[in-house]
Design a protein around this ligand. Structure first.
Ligand SMILES: CC(=O)SCCNC(=O)CCNC(=O)[C@H](O)C(C)(C)COP(=O)(O)OP(=O)(O)OC[C@H]1O[C@@H](n2cnc3c(N)ncnc32)[C@H](O)[C@@H]1OP(=O)(O)O
Ligand SMILES: CC(C)C(=O)C(=O)O
Ligand SMILES: [Mg+2]
Length: 561
């Protein structure tokens, strides 16, 4: 790489549009979508799809709701040609779906393209030739006039061939390929010449597709190019302006969104952005971005997991873990502060009737369930995780509703276990550590059996318990206003009550004959420290007593006396 003054590359040209309107607009409705998965996506694959795979992808796209699908470049190969024949012969094209086919502005290719369309009821013939200065000079070695002539002659030929398939309703699309790198006034000149040749009407518009064949500028420049073009096109009412962005600078989605603000009507792209080099525009992202703004995208991504798995199998590409909406990790928080906020947001939804209630869960731009994902992975535990995340896992997967005061202690315990192992802990491991460290602990103190007597007159309870401390078994007895305080008092009589009961909670886990009770106790020890214990038992009273013993044991790793 050069350092200092870099002379190897030419910076992109700004567009002179001081009164640009797009920055203050909003997108209020879905554009016309056109999938180019079977063409631009396919042409970029190391192993292009075979006919069966193309069929499966076509059906997937139809199921999502695409009404315009570029099915290939039929003059390129037998596979491309035969695929269209198969769609026709097997009557697989839904009535409301228009096939689109791409062709270079070259006579033999255009003729072959028309042959492929025999029997198709509606088709868009998409003609292109490259128009940028670099392509004019390097690829074609032709002047501006000669390049314009290629476009006009190609258009004329397409028009003349319509009569060869009279039963097919043909619409026409023209792309000044490499528009992103073409002088806007020249691209306009070529497109207007094509329009003059084609003679579109307001009812039968031409599609002018303005591709960022290679993304060479920031998205605002793309938006300026589109707005400039829309404002200068003489018969704007007779054309759909279509966007076709690639992602060379990583801003294909942004360029499309700003292009829509700038006045475009239509968007071409692919699932997950498959396509040449860094890819085409990812339609999934743009559509779901609209959805999160309250705009119906008119494409159905409610089964995104399924769409992704078909896509990955057919294209042999993988969707990155961090890919918007579709990646494995995009709904997962490992970090504590994110987990805390997500847990609070999810807790609020679980106690509210969510019908018609806006989605407001911090860090989650969309409800995973809307796109066919569950809440399973939204919180995962490693050494970056905090108490909120741990409490969320214990509650969601194991029904343990830890009192808030206990969260920091349990969070620290789990965090240090994850840190020691330098790895993620599965929910099962989190549960195991919790059980090991907090639940039904039996050393140094173990509760072996307990008997209770109730005094109806005073409301007091007397307990007699057999306990074992450090291997020594003995009987203790005490009275209190409930079995727990009676047991606490029994310990005091033995001189072990160097703690104060601060808090007691309990709830049931599960249902039916398998219902258990979970109890949580917080005690304050003589030295001012606080310890927590949990008891789980089919008997609610025993759960409470075990919770107390567990809290005691956590404070007394050694016998107190
Ligand atoms: C940006 C895009 O994605 S555009 C779509 C690209 N997709 C594909 O290329 C996939 C399908 N393509 C193919 O199968 C083949 O390239 C074909 C069938 C289209 C053409 O194949 P071939 O003629 O064998 O080869 P190739 O594409 O290399 O042809 C290059 C010639 O066509 C000329 N050419 C390229 N585009 C055009 C055009 N739109 N109009 C006229 N001539 C053109 C080139 O200048 C070159 O001419 P030259 O031989 O005089 O130098
Ligand atoms: C054929 C055209 C539209 C294309 O794919 C591009 O320019 O990227
Ligand atoms: Mg392309």
């Amino acid at each position: 790489m050069q350092t200092g003054k870099i002379t190897k590359y030419t910076p992109f040209q700004q567009i002179d549009l001081p009164d640009r309107q797009w920055p203050s607009r909003t997108i209020t409705h879905a554009p016309i979508w056109a999938s180019v998965d079977l063409r631009d996506g396919n042409q970029a694959l190391a192993t292009p799809m075979n006919v069966d795979e193309k069929l499966e992808m076509f059906e997937l796209l139809v199921g999502i709701g695409f009404k315009e699908i570029e099915v290939g470049f039929p003059s390129a190969s037998d596979t491309e040609f035969n695929f269209i024949r198969r769609l026709v012969d097997e009557n697989r094209i839904p009535e409301d779906v228009t096939l689109q086919v791409l062709v270079q502005a070259r006579e033999h290719l255009i003729r072959r393209t028309f042959e492929s369309l025999q029997g198709v009821s509606k088709a868009i013939v998409h003609l292109y030739n490259s128009t940028s200065p670099v392509q004019r000079r390097i690829t074609f070695n032709k002047s501006k006039e000669e390049i314009k002539a290629i476009a006009i002659e190609g258009t004329r030929l397409v028009k003349s061939l319509i009569q060869t398939i009279p039963d097919t309703k043909i619409r026409f699309q023209y792309s000044p390929e490499s528009f992103s790198d073409t002088e806007v006034d020249y691209a306009l000149e070529v497109c207007e010449a094509v329009m003059a040749e084609w003679q579109p009407t307001e009812r039968d518009k031409i599609i002018l597709n303005l591709p960022a064949t290679v993304e060479v500028a920031t998205p605002n420049v793309h938006a300026d190019q589109i707005e400039w073009f829309c404002r200068h096109l003489k018969e704007r009412n007779k054309a759909y302006i279509s966007l076709h962005t690639h992602n060379d600078r990583g801003t294909g989605v942004a360029a499309t969104e700003l292009g829509l603000l700038a006045g475009a009507d239509r968007v071409e792209g692919t699932l997950f952005g498959n396509g040449e080099r860094t890819g085409n525009l990812d339609i999934v992202t743009v559509a779901l971005n609209l959805y999160t703004q309250g705009v119906d995208p008119l494409l159905d991504f409610s089964q995104l997991e399924h769409i992704r798995s078909v896509y990955e199998r057919i294209t042999r590409m993988t969707v990155h873990d961090r890919h918007p909406y579709a990646g494995d990790l995009v709904f997962t928080a490992f970090s504590g502060s994110h987990q805390d906020a997500i847990k609070k947001g999810m807790d609020l939804r679980s106690v509210t009737d969510t019908d018609g209630i806006r989605w407001e869960v911090p860090y989650l731009a969309i409800d995973p369930e809307d796109i066919g994902r569950d809440y399973e992975a939204i919180i995962r535990i490693n050494s970056q995780s905090g108490k909120g995340g741990v409490a969320y896992i214990l509650e969601r997967d194991f029904g343990l509703e830890l009192p808030k005061a206990m969260h920091p202690d349990v969070g620290l315990t789990i965090n240090s276990r994850a840190d020691q192992g330098s790895r993620e802990l599965s929910p099962q491991e989190v549960h195991e550590v919790f059980m090991q460290k907090y639940v039904n602990l039996s050393a140094p103190l173990e509760l072996l059996s307990i008997e209770r007597e109730d005094f109806a007159k005073t409301g007091e309870v007397k307990v007699e318990a057999e306990i074992c401390i450090e291997g020594e078994t003995m009987l203790v007895a005490g009275t209190g206003n409930g079995p727990i305080s009676a047991f606490v008092n029994a310990l005091q009589i033995k001189g072990w009550k160097d703690f104060k009961l601060l808090d007691y909670r309990q709830h049931s886990i599960g249902g039916g004959s398998k219902t258990k009770a979970a109890a949580y106790i917080q005690i304050k020890n003589d030295d001012g420290t606080v310890s927590f214990g949990c008891g789980i038992n089919a008997n609610i009273e025993l759960a409470g007593l075990h919770a107390l013993v567990s809290a005691f044991n956590r404070a007394h790793p050694k016998p107190s006396k």
